[in-house]
Design a binder for this molecule. Structure first.
Ligand SMILES: C[S@@+](CC[C@H](N)C(=O)[O-])C[C@H]1O[C@@H](n2cnc3c(N)ncnc32)[C@H](O)[C@@H]1O
Length: 273
């Protein structure tokens, strides 16, 4: 795993990372902070905790679901790194918590690089600390719905070589993009920028009575929640060869022991051929 091509690391941190204090809005629930609270973190505010309690009232297994999603992230990143992928574009990163992508990937390949992208300023604020200890990671504040901004971002381009395979990560993200914004076309836009051998790592909330009720907790949040059917989730893998065991409940994706049961999310990996 040491045959990673030499590449300069971004020396010029973008201005938004270094010089501007993050503007944290505590008047509206934010998905990253609701998720942090459900994971047992401390980077959240009363407005987020109130929304998270509504999520738990609608989906009693919500805490287990988010824990299972983190476990899924660990397994799919480990799998991709084991396939020789040393570049990761992790969109919808979340607040750095136990087992961030670069730690998991670098356990397999210490030279692995991760470009983190999230639209929530709190993620950027926390990533500053992360960056001081790991120069193979980089965090950009941007919105997944603006693929050109992300794909052409100078720091992303400097860190990741698009001529080499990249693991494109939409783990627990695309249900924050509504149907009108066409997440299927969005995935295709990213896919078309990648080289053969790239992987799509994706998990998504399923449409159930419980998750539809949970979506109400996001009505006042910065993003709504759009649960989707298994067919709609699988359609996001259009143009990708689906890796065994397929698009399955996330605890069933290559379990390696002690998985948390999660009935409300599907996930899987696609490979670009
Ligand atoms: C449920 S968390 C998932 C975190 C992490 N990927 C994981 O699976 O543990 C969703 C993340 O997506 C981010 N997010 C939501 N909408 C986004 C958008 N339009 N563009 C970029 N990030 C977004 C949120 O800020 C949050 O950090």
């Amino acid at each position: 795993m040491s045959d990673v091509p030499a590449r300069p690391f971004p020396s010029d941190r973008p201005a938004d990372l270094e010089s501007q204090p993050a503007r944290i809005d505590t008047t509206k629930p934010h998905p990253a902070r609701i998720y942090d609270f459900l994971l047992g973190g401390k980077d959240n505010f009363q407005v987020d905790r109130d929304a998270a309690e509504k999520v738990v009232a609608a989906v009693p297994s919500a805490r287990a679901e988010v824990a299972a999603n983190r476990e899924f992230l660990r397994r799919v990143v480990t799998y991709a790194a084991g396939q020789g992928i040393f570049q990761f574009l992790d969109i919808g990163t979340g607040i750095p918590t136990v087992g961030p992508t670069h730690e998991v990937a670098q356990r397999v390949n210490p030279l692995a690089r991760v470009a983190y992208v999230d639209n929530d300023p709190i993620v950027l604020a926390h990533s500053r600390a992360l960056l001081t200890t790991n120069d193979r990671t980089f965090t950009v504040q941007a919105d997944v719905r603006e693929p050109d901004t992300i794909l052409r971002h100078p720091a992303v381009r400097e860190l990741l070589d698009f001529e080499q395979p990249i693991a494109l990560m939409f783990v627990g993200l695309l249900y924050f993009v509504d149907d009108g914004e066409d997440p299927w076309s969005l995935v295709a836009r990213y896919r078309d920028a990648l080289s053969p051998g790239s992987h799509l790592l994706l998990s998504h909330v399923i449409d159930t009575v419980e998750t539809r009720n949970a979506a109400k907790a996001y009505e006042t949040a910065t993003s709504g929640l759009s649960p989707r059917s298994p067919g709609q989730i699988t359609a996001m893998f259009d143009g990708w060869q689906i890796v065994e065991p397929g698009i399955v409940p996330i605890h069933d994706w290559r379990p390696d022991g002690g998985e948390t049961f999660a009935g409300q999310l599907l996930g899987g990996i696609g490979r670009l051929v």
